[in-house]
Design a protein around this ligand. Structure first.
Ligand code: NI
Length: 219
């Protein structure tokens, strides 16, 4: 008995050869896509370079600050617009981590040649009591003439540390002048010419690895 309604075209019906072929094709495309994304996730960024990629809209790192530079002048974040900032927080009496990280940053800048002209390396003190502008001038210059040293009042330091989500805290250390050390986080921040965070680098990166990132990120 003939069906009262005309059947749909053969090739578009579920169960037809063409329909099944399309399903298989779709599955293959999805599998390839998932496989590619998985491989990219694990290998795409290069496993040799551990790195935290952070978008400013997500992280909220950075923002306005007011500080005193190594020449005693008042500066703000806007003073650095148009240049990249390579920002590191620490203190001049730091016995180990700060000199190592700042030397690493200086070496990375030397490795990228003329591209480094677009980057201002900035050392921000988290020890306003001992890090006077005069002391910051002497200390920052030890890593290169282009290094800027920023300090300020305890309130200014607290505000910029908060903006960059930097942890710092005094701890007793009788061997150091003043009798204390300052524990602090040791990340380096690349801020763009617009003042927004571009990327955060851990202190485990070598100068060569940091240079490799800067080459790609700085335009
Ligand atoms: Ni330090």
């Amino acid at each position: 008995m003939p069906s009262p309604n005309p059947r749909p075209p053969q090739d578009h019906r579920p169960g037809s050869k063409r329909f099944n072929g399309a399903l298989v094709g779709l599955a293959v495309v999805l599998l390839v896509a998932v496989g590619f994304l998985t491989l990219r996730h694990y290998f795409g960024h290069g496993p040799a370079i551990p790195i935290e990629q952070t978008r400013p809209s997500v992280s909220g790192v950075g923002g306005p600050f007011e500080m005193i530079d190594q020449d005693g002048r008042a500066v703000t974040d806007a003073s650095f617009r148009g240049k990249y900032m390579l920002v590191y927080f620490g203190y001049s009496f730091c016995p180990d981590v700060c000199p190592t990280s700042l030397s690493r940053n200086a070496d990375a800048l030397a490795l990228i040649g003329r591209q480094a002209d677009k980057i201002v390396p900035v050392f921000v003190s988290v020890d306003p009591e001992r890090d006077t502008p005069e002391r910051m001038k002497e200390y920052a210059a030890a890593f290169g003439p282009q290094f800027i040293g920023l300090t300020g009042t305890p309130e200014q330091v607290a505000a910029v540390a908060k903006a960059y989500r930097v942890y710092y805290a005094k701890s007793d250390q009788p061997n150091l002048p003043g009798g204390y050390a300052v524990d602090h986080s040791s990340l380096t921040y690349l801020m763009g010419p617009d003042g927004a965070l571009v990327q955060v680098f851990r202190d485990q990166l070598t100068a060569e690895q940091l240079a490799e990132h800067l080459r790609k990120l700085v335009r």
